[in-house]
Design a protein around this ligand. Structure first.
Ligand code: MN
Length: 441
């Protein structure tokens, strides 16, 4: 199975692309993340794989590949402006492609270097595009720390609702407002009602927030009427990206009862351009966080012992803020939080199994968000809602003496991710960086 460790994860592996061998590089040869990019001066998009500070056109590698499965996967990238055709092929083809790309980029490979050089582009000279045409978008609520912190603001005595420990809670989001990192995020208008007001007003949101999340992309589809078991879920997982679920808290608090978030979220969702494949994450998988004593076990259809032992991913995500004034004065970004997906209450396979447990189908390109990833400590809170306790304890910005309860126009929010494990080469996730634009007039 493709999620086992294999030669592509070997820590001693080096690339002839020298920048990939620098300690701390985001894209060593063990990573091989996927993206869609437009070369400088070109009109057409290409599917590519990141290696060091370069991106390699995958379709151009097809003639150099000896394994027919890998070659047909590379051919699925020809004239493709999204990864969707490749994603639909499933994990076996992806694994074959990864093995061939690894061997073509390996320092031991000498025959094809000239042809490969022609298909390499410096990342800082290409335009990174949206990698996946998103089919459906579901956002989960898988961090019990976030659910507790957010719930406490509304229900101090009973922050967690009774379903939380049984149901991987989610809502349906809006696929067509997902945009790649770099696209500005415009402050939305909406109905706002403060507790001291009798009626709402229609105005630009004042309590604009970010949410630190991971995007899980579905590759191989599932059939309507055929639930996917936890044990088979990773067969449908293509890969992961950083995700920012922009949220207007004042719109949300008025509209959410009884059917959950709607316009508070659907105006914008940002994803990083790089998709970290499921197989690249094999060294960083670990046991799902133990449930506290007294919590119920998941119901049988959500419980699988192998998943409990290996079902989560150790990826640390940092959220950084740079205000307009910080940029003007050359101040570096301030870190707001550092949290880890390994603290999630629900595993990724449990999210997939729950999603399909009623027979609903998964499509290639479906995006399943993890929900805000917060940890148990004060420096691991994945939203301003939690950091500022609903805006009541503004955050101090040291470099410029500014304060923030929520985001202001011109603020830049950036997420970075990294997987590390003793004995393996650590891999980076690139970044997801967006600036807040003023509301339309
Ligand atoms: Mn969310």
């Amino acid at each position: 199975m493709s999620l086992q460790l294999n030669a592509t994860h070997a820590p001693e592996l080096r690339s002839w692309v020298e920048s990939a061998n620098q300690p701390g590089a985001d894209f060593p040869i063990q990573n091989l993340p996927l993206a869609v990019f437009r070369p400088q001066g070109g009109n057409t998009a290409c599917c590519g794989v990141g290696i060091g500070d370069q991106v390699l056109e995958i379709a151009a590698c097809a003639p150099l590949m000896s394994d027919p499965l890998a070659r047909s996967a590379a051919q699925a990238c020809e004239a493709a402006d999204t990864l969707n055709a490749l994603m639909a092929l499933g994990p076996e083809a992806m694994s074959a492609l990864r093995a061939e790309l690894s061997s073509l980029l390996s320092a031991n490979q000498k025959t094809h270097r000239e042809a490969l050089q022609r298909a390499l582009h410096p990342i800082d000279r290409v335009e990174l595009l949206q990698p996946v045409r998103v089919a459906g978008y579901t956002d989960f609520f898988a961090s019990v720390h976030h659910a507790t912190n957010a719930g406490r603001l509304f229900r101090p005595d009973a922050p967690l609702l009774p379903n939380y420990k049984y149901v991987p809670v989610a809502y349906s989001g809006r696929a067509n407002s997902v945009r790649v990192s770099g696209a500005p995020v415009q402050r939305p208008w909406g109905q706002l009602k403060r507790p001291d007001q009798a009626a709402p007003v229609f105005a630009p949101a004042q309590r604009l927030d970010f949410e630190v999340e991971l995007a899980m992309y579905i590759g191989a589809p599932s059939r309507l009427g055929s639930p996917v078991a936890v044990a088979n879920a990773w067969g449908h997982v293509f890969g992961f990206s950083l995700l920012n679920d922009w949220s207007a808290r004042d719109i949300q608090s008025w509209e959410y009862q009884p059917l959950g978030p709607f316009l508070a979220k659907s105006f914008a969702t940002s994803v990083a351009p790089w998709v970290i494949t499921a197989e690249a994450l094999a060294p960083f998988r670990q046991a799902v966080a133990a449930r506290p004593e007294g919590d119920p076990a998941p119901l049988p259809h959500l419980l699988d012992t192998n998943d409990q032992a290996h079902g989560t991913v150790n990826v640390e995500i940092e959220a950084l803020l740079r205000t307009e004034r910080m940029r003007a004065t050359g101040a570096s970004a301030q870190r707001l939080s550092r949290s880890n997906a390994s603290t999630l209450y629900w595993s990724f396979a449990q999210m997939v199994a729950h999603h399909t447990s009623n027979g609903s189908a998964l499509d290639t390109g479906d995006l399943l968000g993890s929900g805000t990833i917060s940890g148990s400590s004060a420096d691991a809170l994945g939203s301003l809602l939690e950091i500022t306790r609903g805006g009541s304890e503004p955050l101090a910005i040291a470099a410029t003496q500014e304060q923030r309860s929520f985001l202001q126009d011109g603020d830049e929010v950036s997420f970075r991710g990294r997987c590390s494990r003793e004995g393996f080469i650590s891999i980076g996730w690139g970044h997801c960086t967006n600036t807040v634009l003023a509301a339309s007039a």
